[in-house]
Design a protein around this ligand. Structure first.
Ligand code: ADP
Ligand code: SR1
Ligand code: MG
Length: 429
């Protein structure tokens, strides 16, 4: 029995729900007797709400008899961490499910499988990423190194971005796919507000480590050069349908073990600028870097860990670059209509075109990454990397360094030619 209209689920009704959907009952290996709506048979099923994100409710459902488990994620028509006063379309679940399917096809080793989607209930059932998977941000706070993180993220980003761009697709295919995600407009508008608008205006939602950062937050409102650059990025974000982007690729959207990297939560997905994803990931690694000085203790000075983060930033971009260009070379005579083989048949011209494309992408990524760093310090939703630093003065010192680097990157990003220069700049703050 499926629910005929939207109903908010809780730990009890989730059981009723999964028993009513044959695909889920079978995933959980429920015996037929248990799948019947018989309350006495519920004793093998345990449900726990584990959502620690900002927006939705996430339940893990386990059949203790068979040990089978699934995740049920439900979107409610508002932002969970704020409450009903900030409505947000629950249609986001549809775009998340659609993006998970598409990204899962393009990077199958790095995306949890979707088992079931229910439009009426704004609900996705997917693979439970079992322990030792943890949210990457928590691993970064704990000081854990992930040797495969950079190659895995580079692979995920290169594949999902290249194969959904006009470099690979024909114009007709590309436009058809762009149209599929146009409906996620409310989520794009949300990002426009919290990333590109609120940090640069007075907003009831902004907050920061006050009083330490009061002058820093005030300075953002007076910085005309910064406002010009942010306006440019906002325009690219809102107007450029370059590829299917995740749309919220920060370090809490990645679950990891030393061997596995899984990208979750693409509810903000739409056709937008590639640099928004790359920048989100790199920008959040930079936030993690600056948080380390507030997280060190007598047993660990975090020096080696900071070096590992910097190396991961450098490797992620360099490996992404390599993989993206390799895909471009491999498919240069395919259906993609951005660089027609008849025009770019001279290898020298193609090489120059590729260099130009990647240089623009690098600068976009730096700009978006910087904007996303700023929003996490003075905007509505902050990051645990800094929030877990209990000494407020120490936290503000870390945040100010990150903020100053981000402001410099936003304004001067075009002066940087390679990621090694960015790593040097990070070291200087
Ligand atoms: P939100 O959209 O609210 O940010 P997330 O998709 O980030 O929600 O999920 C919130 C939390 O639920 C994650 O931080 C993670 O701990 C857990 N979670 C989400 N999806 C899975 C999954 N497939 N497997 C295991 N845990 C998950
Ligand atoms: C109230 S803003 C909440 C934020 O959490 C999500 O991860 C998105 O980044 C969103 O902007
Ligand atoms: Mg989310």
């Amino acid at each position: 029995m499926a629910f005929s209209e939207f109903r908010r689920l809780d730990e009890r009704s989730v059981i009723e729900y999964v028993k009513g959907v044959p695909a889920l009952a079978s995933k959980l290996q429920l015996a037929e007797a248990e799948a019947e709506a018989d309350a006495d048979a519920d004793h093998n099923i345990t449900v726990k709400e584990i959502g620690d994100g900002n927006l939705n409710f996430v339940f893990i459902v386990v059949n203790s008899a068979s040990k089978a488990s699934i995740i049920i994620k439900q979107a409610l028509p508002y932002i969970r961490c704020i409450g009903e006063s900030w409505p947000l379309t629950k249609d986001r679940a549809y775009f998340e499910a659609t993006a998970l399917e598409e990204q899962g096809r393009l990077a199958p080793n790095h995306v949890p499988q979707v088992y079931h989607f229910d439009l009426t209930m704004s609900l996705i059932a997917m693979r439970y990423l079992e322990p030792p998977h943890i949210i990457l941000r928590k691993g970064l706070i704990a000081g854990i190194q992930y040797p495969l993180l950079a190659p895995h993220m580079a692979h995920f980003m290169a594949n999902t971005l290249f194969f959904t761009s006009l470099l690979f697709r024909s114009t007709l295919d590309h436009k058809r796919e762009v149209a599929k995600f146009c409906g996620n407009a409310a989520m794009c508008r949300h990002t426009q507000q919290v990333v590109f608008s609120d940090p640069f205006q007075v907003s009831q939602y902004n907050h920061w480590s006050s009083p330490y950062l009061d002058p820093d937050a005030e300075a953002l409102l007076q910085d005309n050069l910064l406002k010009l650059e942010v306006a440019h990025l906002k325009s690219i974000f809102s107007e450029r349908a370059q590829a299917l982007i995740h749309g919220d690729l920060h370090t809490s959207s990645v679950m990891v073990t030393p061997q596995s990297t899984q990208i979750i939560d693409p509810e903000f997905a739409f056709y937008g600028p590639m640099g928004f994803d790359i920048g989100a990931f790199l920008g959040n690694l930079i936030l993690a870097f600056f948080a380390q000085d507030g997280l060190l203790d007598q047993s660990n000075d975090r020096k080696a860990y900071k070096e590992w983060i910097l190396q991961t930033i450098e490797d992620t971009w360099n490996l992404f670059y390599e993989k993206f260009i390799a895909l471009w070379d491999e498919h240069r005579n395919g259906a993609g209509e951005a660089y027609l083989p008849a025009i770019y048949n001279d290898p020298e011209v193609l090489l120059l075109a590729q260099r130009r494309y990647m240089s623009d992408l690098f600068h976009d990524s730096l700009g978006f990454g910087a904007a996303k760093m700023i929003r996490r310090i003075v905007g509505v939703a902050h990051v645990e990397d800094f929030e877990s630093i209990t000494d407020a003065a120490k936290r503000a010192t870390c945040e100010r360094k990150a903020l100053n680097l981000a402001k410099m990157l936003l304004k001067d990003r075009r002066k940087f030619e390679g990621i090694a220069e960015i790593v040097s700049a990070i070291r200087q703050f």
